[in-house]
Structure formats: C-alpha cells, structure tokens
Design a protein around this ligand. Structure first.
Ligand code: NBX
Length: 809
C-alpha cells in the first residue's frame, strides 16, 4: 500500500473530523484532532492487519501469544506515524491545518495500562515482534482506568483516576464477533453420557469478554500485529421487571459485578496482594485468551495434538499463570483429550518469564478463595500439584525439597511453581537475575530440569526511546554511521566508538544534550512552573518508588551535600540539579513518606540562599511514559542504585545509556551487562556486589555501627530525622534505617553499608563532569555500545532460544 503524502493525509484527517465530529479543522479542539489522526492511522494499520493475517494463515506460521496483565503503551500517534514512515507528512499536514504538531502530540493521553518496567517491557516487545515480522498477539485487559495520576499536594502524593479512554478509544477496534464467556463460581459435577464421563460446570456468574483490538504497526514493514484488550461486560440484560418488584439494587448488581473486572489496573508493582478481584481479572483475561487461541487453531483444521507446533504462549510473570490449568481444562473437558495428552501439549506450549526475586512479590493464592471462585480450575490444579509432587519426590526423596517445589502447600497455591511445572521454559531478565533464579530462588527445580532455565536480557524499543524522542541525536548517529540502518540493526551504533577522539563530534554531542536540557527546562516551566538551570548537571532518578531501588540513599547523600555547602559555600563547584520522579503504590506508606521527604528537602534547599545556582532538588509530579520521553534525552546522570541482587534487570538504565547519560550504579540487574560493555572507565560503579550482600546479611549486618562510625552519614541522618523548614519530621524513616521499625529489620536494603562508596562515586562523577572532553567521550561510548539493549535483540533471543520461530534478520 502506498504511503501517505502530506496532501492525502491532510485530506484523510479533514474527512474524519467532519464525519466524526461534524467540524472543520479550524473549529476542532486538540483532543478532536488527536482522535481524527488516530482514526486515520488506525484505518491504515487495520488494512495491513488483514493482509498480515491472510499471509500468516496461508503460510501456516507458528504464532506467539504474549500474555500480560499490563501493557504500558504510552502515546501512539507519533509512534504509529513514525513506524508507518509518515511522521514528516503528519507534521506538515498538521501545520497546514493551523496546528502546532508538538501541542497535538502533547494532547494525547498516555495509555497507561501498566505499573512500570514489566508493563513497559511488554509494550516495547510488541513493537519489536512486529518489526521482526513475527506473527504475534498481545493479550491484556481493557482497563477503564490505567495507573493513577499523581498529584503532589503539600508535598504528598494524592491519587486521581486516569480515564484515558475518552481520547484513547480512537485507537481501539471493537470485535464483538470474537466475544467469549467466562464463568466464575458455581458447582462442578460428573455426568455420564452414553458411557462417557463429562464434567458439568454450572451456576455461578458468567461474564462476557469482548475484544477491543489495538493494531500495532512495525517499523519499515507491512507486518501488523494485534494487541487484544478484553473488556468485561455482563451477560444478562438487566431484568427490568426486577425494578418494579422492588429489587432495585439486585437488578444492577450483576451488571456492576461484571463491569468492575475491567475497571482499574492494580497499582502495586513488585508486591502481591491476595485480592479476589485481582484473581478474577487474571482468570477473566486468561480464559478468554486461551479459548480464542484454541478456537483459532481448531478452525485452521489442525488437530490439537500439534497445538504446540503452531502456538507458543509466553507469560509475563506469573500473573497469567492460569493459562496452564485453563489449557488443560479446554483440552480435557471441551476437546475430550486424556490427561497425559493434554499435559504433553500444554507443557510444550507455555513459557514463563520471571521479573522479580522479592519474596513479597511472589504470588500465592489462598486455596479457599481459589476454590470458591474457580472450582473446576481448582480440581485441575490439585491434580497437577499431586502429579508434580510425586515426580519431585521420586527424583529427590527429600521432604524439604518437596515442600519447596510444591504447587499446593499449606493452603496456598504457588503460582511460580505452577509455571515451572507447566511450562517448557523459565527465563530471567538479565544475566545476574537468571543466575540467581538458577542458583537460589528456583535451585531445586533447576537441578531437576536444568534445560528449562534460560536467560533473555531485557531490551527497549530504541526507535521510540532514541530516534523518536531525540531527533537530533538520531541525525548525528545516521550521519556518523553512514545511514539509518541502525534503526533496524542497533549494533550499527558501535561505529560511533571510532569517533571518541573526534573533537567536533564530541562538541556536537554536548550541543545536542544542552539543547535537550534547555527544551526540557522550558517544558518544566510551562507545565509545572519549576525553573531549572540548564547549565547544571541533570542528575536523574526516575522509576517506581520502592525501598529496594533506594531513592532514600540518593536523598541522604543530597542532604550530606547540602550540609557540606553550609559549612563551605565553595564546596560545590559544578551546579547540580537532582531530579526525581516516582509513583508510590497507594498503600505503601514508607514509599509515600519518602516522596514527602524529597519534597521537604526540595523546599528547604529552594529557600536557602547559599544553594542558589549550586544545588537544587526537584520532584517531578506524575512520572509516566510521556514525561520520560521528554526527560531522558535531557539527562546526564542516570541513578541505578538498587541493592545488588534485587533489581531483576531495570530498563530505564538502558534508555538513559542510549541517550548518552552516564550511570551511577551498583552491579545489579542489567547494569552488570552494561559494565561488561563499558568497563569501569565508562560508568560510576559503587557498592556491594550481590554475593557480598548475601554474605553480609548471613554474617549479621549492623547499620548502627556504620551510623556511629561515619560522621558525614551520622549528621545527614540526624538532619533527616528532625526534618526541614516545613516542620515535618522523618523520625520513622530514621528509625527504619538505624534501628528497624514496624517489625522490619534495620536497613533491610543496606543503604548505610553502601553510603560511603556511593558518595565517592558521586564525587568521581562530579569531577569528571568538570572535564567536558572526558565526559563527552564517555557519553559517546555509552551510546555506541547500547545496541545490545535494543528490544529487537531480546526478541531475537526469545525467537531463537524459546519460541523457535522465524524472524526478519
Ligand atoms: O520488571 C520489573 C523489575 O522490577 C525490573 O527490574 C525489570 O526490568 C522489569 C522488566 O523485566 N518488575 C515489575 O515492573 N513488576 C511489576 O510491575 C509488577 C506489577 C504487578 C505485580 C508484581 C509486579 N503484581
């Protein structure tokens, strides 16, 4: 199909505006123009989608099904125009119509159907799967409300609902003809029919799952994939007669119960909460998805016995783990296979990605809840559990190993063990993380079935996270590498290494960064009224707020700098701006206190004349994908300072590196791979290594001793405890670090242990910053060597080592 020209695009947008809103371009609001543009792009992609599906069907290609409770897509307009090769035309068309393109892009709400890393990873992966022409479908829930909007009121986080659909809906294609039905509760009984035993599951509540598809265009390809988002709707029409019978509440009850399933994304990241509605969400989208996949396979005229040769189901953490018993249910109850056949197919079709080793994040559903809500699935899980336990027993003859690997144990269902038993592959998301899974978290399972355990290091969509958001850098890379080939072959960026001693190139790099900082400062002033100094270091920590990510370590260090500056007004020679952005889970009180603290400190420093032009702390409200897109190209220092062994991979670290920021970080997650590429000389490494963390905890960690012995740290913590000019005290955080409170051990994440080394790394960083040539050279090496972190590479790894599918090379 021919590409848009500026004229055809402008005409198409104008037509849409008139048809949908009855408006001429000059009367349309920005929201309306976004919707019209989205419809035009969507139509174009949808046509290619039909062609892709026809081709896939004809060729009988193996399909990838990527199940995730989260897809953090962000904005789509610029991205789709970019991938369709129409961004330039769109800019021109909008300008011709009297709009400022940047304002139009800015008017699109983020589709924020995810919490953080895990959800954004799914979004990057669907882009790469499409670009690599892998026939793939993403599946999730069409939440009404994405991750909450964060407001800061009196220094504290307040959550507001995020209704993205008013505008975002323009991307969705409802597909009522593919509706599925999902049953909750009810009873299960056996029934004999002509000598055959049937399982009858009846009663309870049936919910309708209606697909709303988001078509995904790849880069430089006609291939299109689909992100299928299931919406939940009641099955029964509201019984109007109930109203007249005085059963007003009851009449709407069922409707409300169904709709609540797709109402809101759970805002906890890296934390498990055994809520009934969450389990409903999981089974709802899993069941609809599995029914759909099996139906398509059967409709293609294929026997179920080769299901796994044509389908692979990748599950994003354990949240979709119910695919295992659901496949079994459909194979046995609906298709009449026997247990062994069904198990054989299932265990060759499913693969599981683990994203965390934090114990509090591992899903363990209470048996009572599970049994009531999913009676048939419960029976199947019990049978899986019994057989698995027998296998484990037979292999190890060791009670404590049996207990460790059990699926149903102590009245709980352990989802990770279910995934290990029911799948063909288990992968971690960075080298270190996969090693910890093999040697520690899943040690016994790995001993029994070592072939299942793999690593696929995470990656990011470098077209979005570099080329699209940092166009001047994109031009420079194209110029230096001789073409735009790097967009589909990210390792081409390696060629930049050859320019490390080229003064002109280094100067150009610095110029681009400075221009991005100025642009971000303008944006911050316009949207938030904060004044940033573009001639200071932009030192950034943006990610979800979590104790293991150690925002508090950064804060304590800033307090120590502040105190140094009070002693000696010349202590800081390079002006320093610390930027934070983070959402805290609404129920995570400690995380919320840390946000409050950052704002208190920010206010204190703002009001101290000695800090003027030298030190500033800014908390950026409502950190999200679209804010990251503005901020990352303007960042110079990337804070990746988690306690070693706790951050599975990190993906923000990769985005910063790609845009030339230098990392201050621990040897954790994918920082380890970064360090392998960059060496000590191109990043600022500090802190304990993962095995040292383990050792220290085993030997007995004593933060009080460190507090007593390190005077700088002692003084900073005392200041934190007493608080700042707004009068808010942070004794609770102080106690948590030094003595332990609320039943937690003191300083669980070893902040005090790493403080001194962190301060040194920050000092090395500031000193290097004072030498622009050295800095720019390091920055260049970071960009040059970031190609490994393209999601295209990750997806190629999945295709080769787990999915066994072809892909475009
Ligand atoms: O997944 C994150 C890890 O913390 C990162 O290290 C990693 O880079 C990223 C992608 O692999 N995990 C994450 O984002 N988890 C969640 O958001 C989450 C959400 C809900 C939940 C548990 C975890 N119940």
């Amino acid at each position: 199909m021919k590409n848009f020209t500026t004229e055809t695009l402008q005409q198409a947008i104008t037509d849409k505006l008139m048809i949908h809103f009855g408006k001429a371009p000059e009367d349309a609001t920005e929201a309306e123009i976004v919707r019209a543009c989205a419809r035009v792009m969507r139509d174009r992609i949808a046509i290619r989608g039909v062609e892709t599906r026809t081709k896939t069907r004809k060729q009988g290609d193996k399909q990838v099904h990527y199940l995730s409770l989260e897809f953090l897509m962000g904005r789509s307009l610029m991205k789709n125009a970019y991938n369709l090769g129409s961004l330039k035309m769109l800019n021109e068309a909008l300008t011709n119509m009297g709009f400022t393109p940047a304002d139009v892009f800015e008017a699109e709400p983020d589709a924020a159907l995810g919490n953080g890393g895990l959800g954004r990873l799914a979004a990057c992966y669907i882009d790469s799967m499409t670009t690599l022409e892998i026939p793939a479908t993403g599946y999730s829930i069409c939440y009404d409300l994405g991750i909450f909007k964060q407001k800061i009121v009196d220094g504290q986080q307040v959550e507001l609902p995020d209704s993205w659909k008013d505008v975002g809906e323009a991307w969705l294609l409802p597909r009522p003809e593919d509706t599925k039905w999902v049953r909750f509760g009810g009873t299960v009984r056996d029934q004999w029919d002509n000598g055959y035993l049937h399982i009858v599951h009846e009663g309870g509540q049936v919910v309708r799952a209606v697909p709303c598809d988001m078509e995904i265009a790849g880069y430089d390809t006609d291939h299109v994939n689909t992100l299928r988002l299931w919406d939940a709707q009641p099955t029964k029409q509201v019984d109007m007669s109930m109203y007249s019978r005085g059963e007003y509440m009851k009449a709407t009850e069922e409707e409300a119960m169904a709709e609540v399933i797709a109402k809101v994304l759970y805002p906890e990241d890296n934390h498990y909460e055994g809520k009934s509605l969450r389990l409903k969400q999981q089974y709802f989208f899993v069941s609809a998805t599995v029914q759909h996949i099996v139906q398509k396979h059967v409709e293609a005229g294929r026997p179920l016995t080769n299901f796994h040769e044509y389908n692979v189901i990748q599950i994003n953490d354990t949240h979709p783990a119910l695919v295992v018993p659901e496949l079994m249910r459909i194979f046995i109850d609906e298709a009449g296979l026997d247990w062994e056949q069904a198990w054989d197919i299932t265990t060759q079709a499913v693969a599981y990605t683990n994203h965390t080793v934090l114990a509090e994040a591992l899903e363990r559903w209470p048996q009572d809840l599970f049994q009531t809500l999913l009676p048939r699935i419960w029976q199947i899980v019990q049978e899986i559990s019994n057989r698995w336990q027998a296998k484990v027993d037979n292999h190890f003859h060791n009670h404590s190993i049996t207990a460790d690997m059990a699926i149903v144990w102590n009245g709980e269902i352990r989802m990770a063990n279910l995934c290990i038993a029911g799948g063909m592959a288990v992968n971690g998301v960075s080298g270190l993380h996969s090693e910890i899974l093999r040697k520690d978290v899943f040690k016994n399972a790995c001993n029994m079935e070592p072939h299942k355990f793999k690593n696929v290091t995470n990656g990011i969509d470098h077209r979005r996270w570099l080329s699209e958001i940092n166009p001047e850098m994109d031009s420079l890379i194209c110029e230096l590498t001789g073409s735009n080939r790097y967009l589909s072959h990210a390792d081409d960026m390696m060629k930049l290494d050859a320019f490390a001693d080229d003064k002109t190139v280094l100067a150009k790099l610095a110029e681009i960064k400075h221009a991005n900082k100025v642009r971000f400062a303008k944006h911050a002033k316009k949207t938030r009224g904060v004044i940033l100094n573009p001639d200071s270091i932009f030192d950034v920590q943006v990610k979800r707020l979590h104790e293991y990510k150690r925002q508090l370590l950064n804060v304590v260090h800033i307090i120590s700098l502040y105190q140094k500056l009070q002693d000696d007004p010349n202590a800081i020679t390079v002006p320093h701006t610390f930027l934070f952005g983070a959402k805290a889970a609404p129920g995570y009180q400690v995380a919320k206190r840390i946000i409050h603290l950052i704002n208190s400190l920010s206010d204190e420093i703002d009001h101290n004349p000695a800090c003027k032009g030298k030190l500033q702390v800014v908390f950026l409200e409502n950190y999200r994908v679209s804010l990251a897109e503005q901020l990352i190209p303007a960042s110079e220092v990337s804070q990746q300072i988690s306690t070693a062994g706790k951050e599975a991979s990190g993906t923000g670290n990769m985005k910063f590196m790609m845009n030339g920021a230098l990392t201050v970080g621990t040897l954790d997650g994918a920082n380890v791979e970064m360090h392998g590429l960059l060496g000590d000389e191109n990043m600022f490494l500090f802190g304990l290594h993962a095995h040292e963390v383990e050792q220290l905890i085993r030997d007995g960690y004593d933060p009080q001793r460190i507090y007593q012995e390190n005077a700088t740290l002692h003084r900073a913590l005392d200041a934190l405890r007493n608080g700042f000019r707004d009068g808010v005290r942070y004794d609770d955080l102080y106690q948590r670090l030094v003595y332990g409170n609320h039943g937690s051990c003191a300083d669980e994440y070893l902040l005090l242990a790493d403080f001194a080394d962190y301060a040194k790394a920050e000092a090395r960083m500031s000193a290097t910053y004072a030498d622009p040539t050295a800095w720019n050279k390091m920055s260049l090496h970071n960009i040059a060597r970031s190609g490994l972190f393209s999601a295209d590479r990750s997806i190629a790894d999945y295709a080769e080592t787990i999915w066994h599918t072809n892909y475009r090379k």
